[in-house]
Design a protein around this ligand. Sequence first.
Ligand code: NAP
Length: 252
Amino acid sequence: MNQFSLEGKSFIVTGASSGIGKAASRFLAEAGARVICVARRREPLDDLVATINNEGGKASRLVADLSVLEDLSDIASSCKKIYSPIHGLVNAAGVNLRQSVDDITIESWQSTLNINLAAPFFFSREFVSQMKAAGYGRIINFASLQSVRAFPNGLAYGASKGGICQLTRAMAEAWSHSSVTCNAIAPGFFPTELTEPVFSDSAVRQWAADQTLIGRNGEMEDLSGALIFLASEASKYITGQVLFVDGGFTAR
Ligand SMILES: NC(=O)c1ccc[n+]([C@@H]2O[C@H](COP(=O)([O-])OP(=O)(O)OC[C@H]3O[C@@H](n4cnc5c(N)ncnc54)[C@H](OP(=O)(O)O)[C@@H]3O)[C@@H](O)[C@H]2O)c1
């Protein structure tokens, strides 16, 4: 048996219209999973689903705004109508507004915390009973270097990502007994829409690479091993953990 195979498993990926969520959707499909790709922008989701299906994978999409917490139950029901049972959820949707401390408003604080921290909990909870019944559940959150480091203009984002580490442990505490594991991946710097301000500035980009032990920033493929591992049977005795995929940035 290939313990990294996801054949016969159904996964949801949030934030699938861009960056890490988009790549994660392809990695999961390549490993054999059926994938529901969720985000607000329809066109990039349609393109992604067409690509996956053309490559022989199986994917569907759902257009939804996950920051409206009251809607999450209905959004989850729509997902369950596409594929059931859901065996795994990758919570990759997120924002980093990069505001200075003085510019943060109650509204911007709440919108960051809603999508980065509250949605991963409330959305995940919608699928736990299906995962329990299936005897298989994998919830994967996204932490950050800012879970453990303070960067300029990162106060609200950092608070949400610090919170994600503890949320991951608390969700693991609540659900692991029923074969539903919960772990987080903490990427270093990967080129996406979210990190465009870093990668478009050669000095900052080089600074980030120089902080790693490996000597370069991340490339999407660097995330695939950790993701498939945490999604698969291979990680069945691992829960409540945060795996830094950061080239050794946080080892210094
Ligand atoms: N890139 C990195 O180096 C890095 C490093 C550490 C952590 N991370 C984390 O990894 C995750 C993915 O980041 P990324 O770099 O891939 O960012 P990205 O390219 O900006 O993608 C973010 C995704 O989140 C979706 N999203 C945002 N708000 C949403 C909402 N209200 N409802 C539904 N979907 C929403 C966006 O889609 P729509 O706009 O279409 O809704 C998009 O698909 C985030 O949690 C981020 O904090 C990234």
